[in-house]
Design a protein around this ligand. Structure first.
Ligand SMILES: [Mg+2]
Length: 386
């Protein structure tokens, strides 16, 4: 049922209308959070998380600004939102509707081939499906409900596990690329002393909800903590004990703990020092992506998984080894684009994991310009009947 539709890039559907975690649009005709936070009615240039109210304020502001830059006189009156998580994407959508008063509809997809095709609706406007191909029925229903689907419609598409690496179908490759980035970083920082098995054990333990006060569910924090544990400057037992007795309840506190251990035991902390100082500096200015070195390697390994398979590879081989474009999302986006809808890729993905770094990866294209295979179910016939 899946087919390979050849190669394409995300930019084919959204051009440079891409905004990552820092909320700085790639298309510089629209300013970002740093310069426009006041105009967005935000209190500071602190980067909000996707489910925060402030995130929705910024997103609505971007959509309105893009509409001006597109030179479309009709104001935005409708929002379609495509994502893969109810908690993040669904919440961002609901908040945006609340902020803007627009008419809206949200699609949350996750392929579950072991289940019968099923859909359900939450909060009246969020459509949850276990097939990405249900996008066709979803948009048909919107049309029947009187959605205009024209220049007054904004379409926001999540990137990871939605536009690329479809959840439930191809998302494991995204996770694998991130992990490869982590291990490469650990190898370069810790050298031969890096113990991967130990790292995995620490990661699996600390990635649980009971440690969220310490890790804030932030993958940069987690990678850094596991790196420190790998040097044996602090042990997992100590961390567990401190968390249980509630004497360790924030990442900032963990950093201070590392500081004092490094003072007592300078040689054990030697390999860590550079990363430690960089992470510490970023955390102090409220940067949600403080482990830059890891994210830059994640970008390199992500790009190694884009379009890396030969055109002759089977669909199964593509889905197992390459981060592919989700064909159903691609086709729907092209259909909406032809109807003059505004298309914006909005993602929580760190900028550092999505764009080349002049020193680390000067020869790589940005992620949204990388060519990779389009794989999925053909919806063209269904869409052509609408
Ligand atoms: Mg996602």
């Amino acid at each position: 049922m899946y087919e390979n539709f050849g190669r394409a890039a995300l930019a084919d559907i959204c051009d440079d209308w891409v905004i990552y975690r820092n909320l700085e649009p790639l298309d510089k005709r629209v300013p970002g959070l740093k310069h426009a936070f006041y105009d967005m009615e935000l209190r500071s240039e602190q980067i909000p998380r996707k489910q925060d109210r402030d995130y929705a304020k910024a997103a609505v502001w971007f959509v309105n600004r893009i509409q001006q830059v597109r030179g479309v006189r009709t104001p935005i009156g409708e929002l379609l939102f495509l994502g893969d998580t109810l908690f993040n994407d669904g919440q961002a959508f609901a908040n945006m509707i609340d902020e803007s008063g627009w008419r809206g509809a949200c699609f949350i997809g996750a392929e579950r081939l072991d289940q019968e095709p099923a859909t359900r609706i939450e909060q009246e406007t969020i459509y949850i499906a276990n097939r990405w191909s249900s996008l066709a029925e979803w948009v048909a229903a919107l049309k029947a409900q009187g959605f205009r689907l024209d220049a007054s419609t904004a379409v926001i598409i999540d990137i990871d596990k939605t536009a690329i690496g479809a959840k439930g179908r191809n998302d494991k490759v995204i996770d694998r690329a991130r992990l490869a980035g982590i291990y490469r970083t650990m190898d370069s920082v810790l050298g031969e002393d890096f113990d991967q098995a130990l790292y995995e054990q620490h990661y699996n333990e600390l990635n649980r909800a009971r440690y969220h006060l310490l890790t804030a569910d932030n993958q940069d924090y987690l990678a850094y903590i596991c790196m420190v544990l790998n040097t044996r400057l602090i042990s997992l037992d100590e961390v567990v004990r401190e968390v249980e007795s509630k004497s360790l309840d924030s990442f900032e506190q963990f950093i201070r703990w590392v500081d004092s251990r490094m003072m007592i035991n300078p040689s054990a902390g030697e390999a860590l020092r550079e990363v430690h100082e960089a992470v510490n500096g970023s955390v102090r200015i409220g940067d949600p992506t403080p482990f830059k070195r890891f994210r830059r390697q994640e970008f390199v390994s992500t790009m190694e998984h884009m379009g890396n398979m030969p055109d002759s590879a089977s669909v199964q081989e593509l889905l197992e080894n390459e981060i592919t474009i989700t064909e159903e999302v691609y086709q729907l986006a092209q259909w909406l684009k032809a109807r003059q809808c505004q298309i914006l890729c909005l993602s929580d993905k760190p900028d550092e994991a999505s764009r080349p770094h002049p020193r680390v990866s000067p020869d790589l294209a940005p992620l949204h310009r990388a060519q990779t295979h389009r794989v999925g179910v053909d919806l063209r016939e269904a869409l052509s009947k609408l």
